[in-house]
Design a protein around this ligand. Structure first.
Ligand SMILES: NC(=O)c1ccc[n+]([C@@H]2O[C@H](COP(=O)([O-])OP(=O)(O)OC[C@H]3O[C@@H](n4cnc5c(N)ncnc54)[C@H](OP(=O)(O)O)[C@@H]3O)[C@@H](O)[C@H]2O)c1
Length: 285
């Protein structure tokens, strides 16, 4: 594989201390900083979308983000970078169902930089891999999947009491922690964060990798500090025959409750753009 060219940085107004990126990652990405918050974690999201806003082609075998982003190596390198600084990666059960053999680790998404990602985690004093968190209301998961069975990652399932009953009957490995949240309908993002909270240090980084339904809940709950959004230079189109969601589904914001972000980073590789936006976060009373 040809070595990656460094990203071209067009804007970077992000605050915080420089993270201890090893030279290979620092050269490719440039400095990476996150703002610190008193007494809470920093929550980031990462998505890829087409020029016309499609985040899933919803076609058999092509539902994952790879077909949206063209399996762009810079996008994967950034996914790996964000996973390597994350204490936990959170996905909805729909995303797991679309990539059932996936593990949410840096090495899994961009193996070529495995050593650099490991060095970064170690320099930040983090465990070998981020906690993999799966959110399911109904308990609609397959306990035989690698994320639960391989032993390569620690896994936690956030679900309802009904979902937990169902999962226990399926024979989930006892190594996987189940956290139950009592709720009617979808589990709110604040409840998801507090269910994970005890496992992650204050000041830690939580990475939400979707999908669109889960991201809608995080934005509705004002639980996302920042979004890393890759814009892939293709037009996917929509004809109404299948749902082709953007990176949010299941929630309406504009015009009644508009949700405006603040652009804090722009990078470029070829015709792919890598954007970073800050969002207002819920402040507990
Ligand atoms: N372009 C990208 O960057 C990107 C990123 C991620 C995913 N995707 C794509 O998006 C598609 C999946 O979309 P999706 O919206 O279905 O994904 P999703 O949010 O991962 O999955 C939805 C399912 O996850 C569970 N879930 C999510 N939020 C929940 C909540 N707050 N409370 C309880 N359960 C919750 C529910 O599972 P149960 O049904 O089990 O209750 C729900 O049916 C796939 O094609 C995937 O590849 C694209």
């Amino acid at each position: 594989m040809d070595p990656l060219a460094p990203l071209e940085s067009l804007l970077d107004t992000c605050r915080g201390d420089d993270l201890p990126l090893p030279p290979s990652l620092a050269t490719l990405y440039g400095p990476l900083r996150f703002p610190a918050h008193e007494g809470r974690q920093h929550v980031i999201g990462n998505f890829v979308a087409t020029l016309d806003g499609v985040a899933s082609l919803s076609a058999p075998g092509l539902a994952g983000g790879g077909s949206v982003g063209g399996s762009n190596p810079h996008d994967r390198m950034i996914m790996g970078l964000l996973r390597s600084v994350a204490d936990a990666v959170i996905v909805g059960a729909g995303t797991l169902r679309s990539v059932p053999n996936h593990l949410w680790t840096a090495e899994h998404i961009y193996p070529a930089l495995s050593d650099s990602y490991r060095r970064l985690r170690s320099a930040m004093g983090k465990s070998d891999t981020p906690l993999n968190v799966v959110v399911t209301g109904r308990g609609g998961i397959d306990p035989a999947l690698p994320v639960f069975r391989s032993g390569a990652v620690k896994a936690l399932v956030v679900t309802t009491p009904e979902g937990a009953d169902r999962i226990r009957k399926l024979g989930l490995s006892p190594a996987v922690v189940i956290r139950e949240v009592k709720c009617a309908g979808a589990i709110g993002a604040r409840a998801i964060l507090s269910a994970i909270g005890r496992r992650i240090p204050t000041g830690g980084i939580l990475l939400v990798e979707g999908g669109p339904l889960l991201m809608g809940d995080f934005l509705a709950g004002e639980c996302l500090d920042e979004l890393f959004l890759t814009i892939a230079p293709q037009v996917a189109g929509r004809d109404g025959s299948v749902g082709r969601p953007g990176f949010v589904a299941g929630k309406l914001f504009a015009p009644e409750r508009p949700l405006w972000g603040t652009l804090s980073g722009v990078k470029r590789a070829g015709s792919h753009l890598f954007l970073r936006y800050a969002f207002p976060r819920h402040r507990p009373d």
